[in-house]
Design a protein around this ligand. Structure first.
Ligand SMILES: *Cc1c(COP(=O)(O)O)cnc(C)c1O
Length: 414
């Protein structure tokens, strides 16, 4: 027997302080420890209740401890957990069918996170470009202030220097252009480009929707030069913007699409979707992962896709979005000294701090948190709302009430 387990480590008391003692300090979590959650309700160790407008960063879109997902996962847990990719399994086959039938794609590759999905996409794009055109076609074009994950490759492709500092040397042949800047795109996307990767709406970079003209121009330039267009829909995908994937809203079809976050509602899974023509360049042995597409993750994702990809469900996302936008526009009008113009799409919404409160988004969310509302930030200047897609009108009204109270308290303390 393991002596540590015998000593009662599974039941001994732990606190927020324990984080500072035993975990690598890559995060600065809130000063409470959530212990239980259901739908958009969260309770901490003291029994305090919070209304969750973060959904674990656009992950738990069907709510915490969703009963249908819990039942499906429990049934699969009693059947088979893991086989490795030396064998296939029924849930991953069904998930592959569901995703390819619902999108432009003919083929899916499964992994365990957004970074891994992008890593697969970038590697596939290189393999395709080298195979079809030759090794000179290897440059990658990405956007400033984009976010694509934290592996060394994806963080280098991402457009935020603060995340690569100290990790040099970085992979070469990556260029960053200004987001939504058509002229920079024209100058950068030349014949030696293997792929262009873009978020149709930038999430971490401040909740900035892509201009349709910009995204269309990327598509045209990729077609002209033979570069592949990759849409990173890790945050925008799986119903978040009111369509299954945001490319469907903007009317620009990528060659490769990456998905993760909400795909598993909290159970880790990532997916890379592409066409038959491109997929063949990932031949046997070219890429892989131990857990990718395992029966547990695939079962959850299949149920998520089946639930979200329904016209009535997606229509409700748009309706909830319109309500929150209306509330936030009124809030910003009532507190012009505090907030700027609300932006975003569907239930991925950014509320920038006004000029005089730049850098204070986190402080505002901490005030809201004390009053029982969990909010996100997107950079230092933008409050981000990403509630579960099942948010009710009553919860939208509660959030509005708390955000107003937080604005008053924040101004009184400032
Ligand atoms: C969160 C995110 C990622 C990284 O996903 P992980 O699962 O954290 O690796 C990549 N791209 C975008 C757009 C994201 O929002």
């Amino acid at each position: 027997m393991n002596a540590k387990l015998d000593s009662g480590v599974t039941t001994r008391p732990v606190t927020r302080q324990t984080f500072d003692e035993v975990l690598v300090p890559t995060y600065a979590p809130a000063n409470f420890v959530p212990v239980r959650a259901s739908g958009l309700d969260v309770w901490d160790q003291e029994g305090k209740h919070y209304l969750d407008f973060t959904s674990g960063i656009a992950v738990c879109s069907l709510g915490h401890a969703n009963p249908q997902l819990t039942d499906a996962l429990t049934a699969q847990l009693k059947t088979v957990w893991h086989l490795s990719n030396a064998y296939t399994n029924e849930p991953v086959l069904r998930l592959g069918l569901a995703l390819t039938e619902a999108t432009f794609a003919d083929r899916a590759f499964f992994c365990n996170s957004g970074a891994e999905a992008n890593e697969a996409a970038l590697k596939l794009a290189r393999k395709y470009a080298h195979g079809k055109f030759g090794p000179h076609k290897s440059r990658i074009v990405s956007c400033l202030s984009s976010f694509h994950g934290r592996t060394l490759f994806t963080v280098s492709v991402g457009g935020q220097a603060k995340y690569t500092e100290g990790f040099e040397p970085l992979p070469p042949e990556i260029n960053h252009i200004k987001y939504n800047d058509i002229e920079s795109a024209r100058a950068a996307i030349t014949d030696d480009v293997a792929c262009v990767i873009v978020e149709p709406i930038q999430g971490e970079g401040g909740v900035i929707p892509g201009d349709i003209e910009f995204l269309k121009t990327l598509r045209e330039l990729c077609d002209k030069t033979g570069a592949l267009l990759i849409f990173d829909e890790v945050q925008s995908g799986v119903g978040r913007t009111g369509a299954l994937y945001d490319y469907m809203n903007v009317g620009v079809t990528p060659d490769i699409l990456t998905s993760a976050k909400a795909l598993g509602n909290g159970f880790p899974i990532g997916a890379m979707l592409t066409t038959n023509e491109i997929a063949q360049y990932f031949n046997v042995g070219a890429h892989g992962t131990t857990y990718g597409g395992n029966p547990l993750a695939s079962t959850v994702a299949l149920n998520v896709i089946e639930t979200i990809n329904q016209p009535a469900f997606l229509a409700r996302v748009k309706e909830a979005s319109a309500r929150i936008f209306a509330n936030l526009e009124k809030l910003a009008a009532d507190y012009p000294q505090l907030f700027g113009k609300v932006r975003g799409k569907g239930l991925l919404i950014g509320l920038p701090m006004a000029e005089g409160y730049k850098g204070k988004a986190k402080d505002y969310t901490k005030t809201a948190e004390k009053l029982g509302l969990m909010l996100l930030v997107a950079g230092p200047d933008v409050i981000r709302l990403a509630p579960a897609l099942i948010v009710s009108d009553a919860q939208i009204a509660d959030a509005d009430r708390i955000m107003r109270q937080a604005a008053d308290e924040f101004l009184a303390a400032a």
